[in-house]
Design a protein around this ligand. Structure first.
Ligand SMILES: [Mn+2]
Length: 374
């Protein structure tokens, strides 16, 4: 990769890392408010500012202004941000992308310029219009570094190759490689990445919270915002002190929060989760609310909520979507959010970034009418 930016971090204070905002400007500004951002804080935006969410152009404009006015704000590129590169290179595939995707910064910009995408519109036309109106944003996105290197950390959107010199990592790999936490690197520094929703890595209770792997020196922070129905936007916080660095995080999401009305102790055998692409199931033991199933792709035994099991016309079974198979313990007064209250016997909730089932009666009555995720 060619675009590497060196940044000197202060030895004390907060370094805040946020990735995969995907056009969710409201969540991002909420998160900044909840952080009580101070002028001495450093902020790293680690790629995928735009696409998928509803306000990509607002998000890019906001972060561009923030980084232009605040020397402590630094931004890396994500694979989704390279949509402007496809535009400048007149990639013919871009027109299909624009016609099939609901949300894209290019569509929002075309709207703002008052241009209707027609069947016969060419990529050259789109490029001409957008480079006339949005050259500042396009140039700013094009110049984003692929990685930011500091004394102790490397910030990159997706990951690095396990090479003697990590700088030899191909740029495309650095912004697209899947599941970096399952790989390794030899940089000697902590590598902080987004891109791959952390819930894909978790086993017992599905969790969207950042994962710090001290052995591998990898920190994975993508809370699955927009990509996962129960996802969240994480702010990973590095606290720099004289005695070394410590880590914490906060998050925001779109869910409704309330207080738990009663205690519940989870059944420990009810754990695990189903995530794409391992949806295929073999039901072994049905019961009123959950069916014990064998997950074909992993050979794991999971209790799957009956409403989330689909039977095909051929008679095979699969999960309808990513779903937690864990129960979750709660105490009266815990702050929890409602994910799905439309099933029999149990409600799906989120607590401290973790997703699981609790029996009816834990949620206050007025919270039980939320929209199901399926
Ligand atoms: Mn990405």
């Amino acid at each position: 990769m060619k675009k590497i930016k060196e940044v000197k971090l202060p030895n004390q204070g907060r370094i805040i890392v946020i990735s995969d905002i995907h056009g969710e400007l409201n969540l991002f500004t909420n998160l900044l408010n909840n952080l009580n951002l101070r002028s001495e804080d450093y902020v790293i935006i680690n790629g995928d500012l735009c696409e998928k969410g509803s306000n990509s152009k607002g998000t890019v404009r906001y972060i561009m202004d923030l980084s232009n006015s605040n020397p402590n704000v630094h931004v890396t590129e994500g694979n989704c941000d390279t949509v402007v590169e496809d535009l400048l290179e007149e990639n013919p595939k871009l027109m299909n992308y624009l016609r099939s995707k609901k949300h894209s910064i290019l569509k929002e910009w075309l709207d703002e310029a008052g241009f209707d995408l027609k069947e016969e519109t060419t990529v050259q036309e789109v490029k001409n219009i957008l480079t006339q109106h949005f050259s500042n944003e396009i140039q700013w996105l094009m110049e984003l570094p692929t990685a930011i290197e500091t004394e102790d950390y490397i910030f990159v959107h997706a990951g690095l190759d396990d090479k003697e010199d990590w700088r030899e990592t191909d740029r495309l790999s650095a912004i697209t490689m899947p599941a970096f936490l399952e790989k390794s690197h030899r940089t000697g520094k902590y590598v902080i990445v987004g891109h791959w929703p952390v819930v894909n890595y978790t086993s017992d209770i599905p969790s969207n919270n950042p994962i710090v792997n001290q052995e591998k020196k990898i920190i994975s922070i993508d809370g699955g915002n927009v990509i996962k129905s129960t996802g969240q936007l994480n702010a990973f916080i590095i606290h720099r002190t004289k005695n070394g660095d410590t880590f914490s995080h906060i998050y925001t999401d779109h869910h409704l929060y309330c207080e738990a009305m009663k205690d519940f102790t989870a059944e420990p055998t009810m754990s695990g989760s189903i995530s794409y692409p391992n949806y295929e199931l073999i039901p072994l033991q049905p019961s009123e609310h959950f069916t014990l199933c064998r997950q074909v792709g992993t050979d794991e035994l999971l209790y799957v909520k009956n409403e989330y099991i689909h039977q095909s016309e051929k008679g095979t079974y699969s999960a309808k979507t990513d779903i937690s198979c864990a129960q979750i313990s709660v105490n009266i007064g815990d702050i929890i959010s409602v994910v799905d209250s439309s099933c029999t016997g149990y409600d799906l909730i989120k607590k401290n970034g973790e997703e699981g089932w609790v029996p009816k009666g834990v949620l206050p009555l007025k919270q039980r009418a939320s929209t199901p995720v399926v």
